[in-house]
Design a protein around this ligand. Structure first.
Ligand SMILES: *Cc1c(COP(=O)(O)O)cnc(C)c1O
Length: 396
């Protein structure tokens, strides 16, 4: 028999399981086996699988209108942009189909802003080691990970890479006359689930203001309630960005993203500056409005913070009982994980064999990004499995 995967471009290495159905925090394979999902499509299924309000909204919209393109007004997009600007720092929103595209829009908006204000030499986007901003040519140059750049031609000009957390290097780079913007994840996802200290975020804001440089947050993974605030930067009072990229959780599984800007940064993006055929289409917006209404509710966020505390305690107890294999707990809220002493890829497999789905990230981190709607009971189940799995796991 031929391999059913033979015509898929082999850029992924998925395990054997094929999931057929999802319900809340559980996934089911074709033969009905149940898995507890503590990775949620990499922080995407924020409200779990098959959330009834999302299913209803998508069904209803699917029966009415799928697509007109942005040559016509989209009511759902106008409504969602209003809500986003009501609840955040933003004045303008550009809807995309993915996180990468939100990053592209952010970089273009930042450069356009500098150019329109008479600073055409200001093109440098300053980023940090361990960053992940997506897979387009622009985004891999922003991210600067040599592994992702290899074979794809010369590095593009206009990107400066600094050591994560090196404030002295930042002070130097930001003072150069070519600096356009700083681009950072308040909590790094792929790079190892690392939260930037709140004090550093505040300092970023001060330095940007001092030097006429824009501050861009990539909250594609850490935003949309994942840390217990609507956006992760809100933990650092006053450290609001000029531009913010969202995606993943914002669609809860329907592919879309958004680039949020202040008036000053958004006003130079005029007809001809940017666009997208599908961005903000009626199907995406029908789902997006429902997701936003649920996650932006303060009571919902308070519950995320509460259950995050349970997760943190449980991870701490796992770390304490396996000091030989676990280095510590990392991350923030429900973007969290265990830093292991060794490559956690095998451990991820041991967890999967015990019907628990988790992820991995850089720096030997076993990554958790469960649906935001998990209960204490779900946390207990996941904790028990991870504890057992770590016991069984051979790091060598
Ligand atoms: C996933 C991710 C992206 C890219 O988003 P896509 O939807 O895969 O294009 C960008 N930045 C961060 C922080 C991410 O986690």
């Amino acid at each position: 028999m031929s391999d059913p995967r033979q015509h898929i471009m082999p850029v992924y290495r998925p395990p054997e399981q094929v999931f057929e159905k999802g319900e809340g925090v559980y996934l089911f394979t074709e033969d009905g086996t149940r898995y507890l999902d503590f990775i949620a499509g990499i922080a995407v299924n924020a409200l779990g699988h098959s959330h009834p309000a999302m299913v209803d909204a998508l069904r209803e919209q699917a029966g009415k209108l799928w697509h007109t393109s942005n040559m016509f007004r989209v009511r759902g997009a106008e409504e969602l942009a209003d809500k986003i600007c009501r609840d955040t720092f933003a004045d303008r929103v550009f809807f995309t189909n993915s996180g990468t595209e939100a990053i592209e829009c952010a970089i273009k908006s930042a450069r356009k802003y500098q150019w329109a204000n008479g600073h055409e030499d200001r093109i440098d986007i300053i980023t940090f080691t361990g960053a992940f901003h997506g897979r387009s040519i622009g985004a891999i140059n922003a991210g600067g990970n040599p592994k992702y750049l290899e074979g794809f031609g010369p590095a593009l000009p206009g990107f400066v890479h600094l050591e994560w957390g090196d404030m002295a290097a930042l002070e130097d780079a930001i003072a150069r006359p070519t600096a356009a913007a700083v681009l950072i994840e308040p909590v790094q996802g792929e790079g190892g689930v690392r939260a930037l200290p709140e004090e550093d975020l505040k300092r970023f804001r001060e330095l940007c203001d001092e030097h006429g440089v824009l501050l861009i947050y990539d909250e594609v993974q850490c935003g949309m309630g994942r840390t217990g605030k609507l956006f992760a930067h809100e933990w650092a009072e006053g450290a609001t960005p000029d531009i913010l990229c969202s995606a993943k959780g914002i669609g809860g599984g329907f592919p879309f993203g958004a680039c949020l800007t202040t008036e000053a940064c958004g006003e130079h993006m005029q007809p001809g500056s940017h666009g997208s055929t599908y961005g903000g289409n009626p199907l995406a917006m029908a789902v997006g409005n429902v997701v936003w209404d649920i996650i932006s509710d303060e009571a919902f966020l308070a519950e995320v913070r509460r259950v995050s505390g349970t997760v943190a305690q449980s991870l701490k107890s796992i770390a304490d009982s396996h000091p030989d294999k676990v280095e510590g707990v990392t991350g923030k809220g429900l973007l969290t994980g265990l830093k292991m002493k060794g490559d956690p890829k095998g451990l991820q497999g041991v967890c999967r064999d015990k019907n628990l789905l988790v992820g991995v990230a850089g720096n030997n981190v076993l990554r958790l990004a469960p649906p935001l709607v998990i209960t204490d009971e779900n946390v207990r189940e996941a904790t028990r499995v991870m504890d057992e799995a770590i016991g069984d796991w051979d790091p060598a």
